[in-house]
Design a protein around this ligand. Structure first.
Ligand SMILES: [Cu+2]
Length: 160
């Protein structure tokens, strides 16, 4: 009797997870993006699942030397952040919002990529309640020249 219950419960969970997998795959018709991250980086994983939730087809590539990865893609040192990604021929560094990646892929400017240097609180994957540090999304080119692409103003915590 007990075993039977366990069996049916197990079956129900299996079916539910299969449905969940099928649904989540169906939603992913957006751009393909490869995220290079250290296996231990949890905010990188949160950013990757944020991309997935936005319809991106995400592949995570574990790297142990993120610094040499950044050098390989020509990311200027001051723009460094936790993870580096590649989408549509561009390099994306750090917690860049989806809106900016989508604009990049639509307008296709002659730059190497976008970066959110450091790990500002309140950027995608770095949520801490309603607080947001002011931060800029930067562009950079192959000569290491950087400029501001988008500015996100800071937001204070909502007081109860
Ligand atoms: Cu991070």
């Amino acid at each position: 009797m007990k075993l039977e219950i366990i069996f049916w419960r197990g079956l129900a969970i299996a079916v539910a997870s299969l449905v969940a997998i099928a649904c989540s795959q169906k939603a992913q018709t957006g751009p393909e993006i490869i995220v290079y991250k250290s296996p231990s980086c949890s905010c990188c994983a949160l950013w990757a699942s944020y991309l997935r939730d936005s319809g991106f087809r995400v592949t995570i590539q574990a790297v142990h030397d993120v610094d040499s990865m950044r050098q390989q893609f020509g990311v200027p040192a001051p723009l460094a952040a936790c993870h580096t990604a590649r989408v549509g021929g561009y390099t994306i560094v750090g917690h860049v919002p989806v809106a900016d990646i989508e604009r990049l892929l639509k307008e296709r400017p002659a730059i190497a990529g976008l970066a959110v240097p450091g790990m500002p609180v309140g950027s995608p994957g770095m949520e801490r309640g309603t607080v947001r540090e002011a931060y800029d999304v930067m562009t950079f080119d192959e000569h290491g020249q950087a400029s501001v692409y988008q500015t996100y103003p800071g937001k204070a915590a909502r007081t109860p």
